[in-house]
Design a protein. Sequence first.
Length: 749
Amino acid sequence: MRIERRTRIQVPLETNTEIKERPQPPPAHSGWQHGTHEDHPDRVGYKRHQQGSEKYPADIDLVHSLAFWGFGRDVKEERSDDVEGDEEDEDGRKKDEEGEGDIPVLEDKENAEPADNLALAEAGAEEVELVQEEVSDTMSLETVRNSLIEQEDTIIYSLMDRANYPLNPKMYESSSLIPGYDGSLVKFMVMETEAVHAKCGRYENPEELPFFPANLPSSLVSSQEYPKILHPAASSININELIWDFYFKNVLPLIAAPGDDGNYGKSAASDLICLQALSRRIHYGKFVAEVKFIEAPQDYEPEIHSQDADALMKLLTFEDVEEMVKRRVEKKAAVYGQRVGLDDSKTDQKPKVDPGVVSRLYDEWVMPLTKKVQATIQVGHYTHAQSTDVDIRTRWKIDSPAAAGIPVSPPRAPHHGIGFVPRQPADRHHFPSSRHHFLDHPQAPAPAPSDLPPLPRPPRCTRTIGILSSGLDQLMALDIKLKVAFVGPSLLHHAVSCGDFDAVRKLIKQRNTILARLSHEKADSILHVAASSENPFDMAKLLVELVLGFRHTGMNTSDNGDGVDRSVDDAACIDNIRRSEAEESERGEARGDLKQLESLIHDGTISMFSDQYGLTALQAANIKGHTEVVELLIRQGLDLECQDKEGHRPLHLAVEGGSVSTVQALIDRGADVNAAIRSGATPLYCYGRGSNLYMARVMGYGDIARQLEESRAAALHRSASVSSQRDGAASLGDRKERKHLVGVGGGEA
Ligand SMILES: C=C(O[C@@H]1C=C(C(=O)O)C=C[C@H]1O)C(=O)O
């Protein structure tokens, strides 16, 4: 599953987003339209993802992402804003124009209707929340800087390789080495290599830029979709000419010794590697610019608009970071450049490349050029950027397209883009926070501004996104398509909080791994939500039933594969029932949680269950030290001496759990203090390696050890009096005394 999610990060984020021009002015009554969930191409893609396809289809765009990330999670469109002409179904719910209302609208908590949640449960999707985390992880200033750090190694090693050869000046002279070719050998090497690499798709990758882009052959390889993180205009930024110049004029003479060894092919190949590494690093400034802008658009926008290049450069510059970079590359060059031999005396030779030169290379060229790339993007390509905050809202439906009409400024040229920036800090958890996306936009005849649909009054579910567009001539409206999906656990959370029993049941039934895959924190939080729902106990009880039911039928144990002993969850559930009850009591609405537990037992749910380790609820409660629950379970007739696969009885587990009162409860009820598990250990004694150890003492529970000793002594005492009466009334005593009698001999073997 994890791998699947990681694959998911590679998803191009906007391929399928449709920003459509309006073919005709939109109906005056509405700013949006809805489609069915069947007809949307994304649906196919989404399904494929659910099935775990290796290459995740390119179906997620930012806007989808917004929706995915819970954009609609607590969204409810106000009825009054519904599209005119929508019919109402029997429940008074508006039917979707095309979808016949079959796809649910996710209601917010206060307004949730169980029927909707049920449908949500039917349509629920999973995986998404985690994707969000990872998607936002992929692009941040930190991750971009980490990449720059890694690239330092490539640069330093390639420079070191070039330093193995002398300058070989002939390589750089035109028409000198290749008959009939009027360029230099190095140029020939670079051009020819780039042609081959282009055919293989290298320059489809936005990180790679050719030195000779003119007439490059197209890729023959069916290309991978790269996330379109960058402004489309970023692809036109290529400062390789500058890099070429400074490399040959300034850098090469500092790293290669004068002279000519005739080793042209190898040294030209080495130049190529240096150039490519420097180019990739410097053009990585594009990504730096994106993330810097995204992380603080409010800082950059004024400078972008006023085109104040100096101010922008200042903003883009982090002197302390630059200082660190210089020191680090210098150190790396010193360390990597050592000649390592077995003979220590030979290691103090000069590094292959002067570390000072590497530091200077970064200081004078690499970093300034990286910043140049950053500034070029920001100034040059956002020159006419318009930033508008727009409220969008729609009916959010699971796994289905929805659309919103958004008035934006049209881009000047088709290749210019429109970006969406999440604006509301409160939505940080829902939006991928560290990126905005530019969406390719087909040129469109824009309707006259007066034709624009009025933006409906923003209801409370409205989210605001910032829209950036390069170029502004006139306003136009765009329909954007959105897709809404929800994660299983979130949906469960939602259904639980709404007190929607049917939806909860359905969700867990459909996705029986949901609960198993919940982290303890999430499970806890769901139980907490249950505790504060309208029928807290019933909801908690339902969850327990479902968990136990699935475990019992074995649906939820083996495929989990994480080696986690889930038995404790059951006790945790019971514990939570108790907690929710305690909270209720505090509010003066005492309900008697144990009573409820009793009803569970009467239903047979608990008593019939034992997990893959043979643990029953009684044993689970013992491990957790839930004395009251233990007492109740015993009262209800659960077997006091039930054994798991290793022979652990409730008392063994109570000792392990370390609760004095639970141990006492079992002893009082007559649990056998001498019962041995398979390995021979009793609650008191562990047998092993020739010595007898106190199991309770081994566990560090002195009190419990004493307790057991006393109980054992009492049992011995009773047994003595029983034997003295053997010829008397010949009463066998109660069952528990007999057990003690039998146990004593075995226990002290
Ligand atoms: C790359 C960044 O932008 C600028 C350029 C730097 C570089 O090229 O290494 C370092 C710090 C910044 O002044 C950054 O902030 O990390």
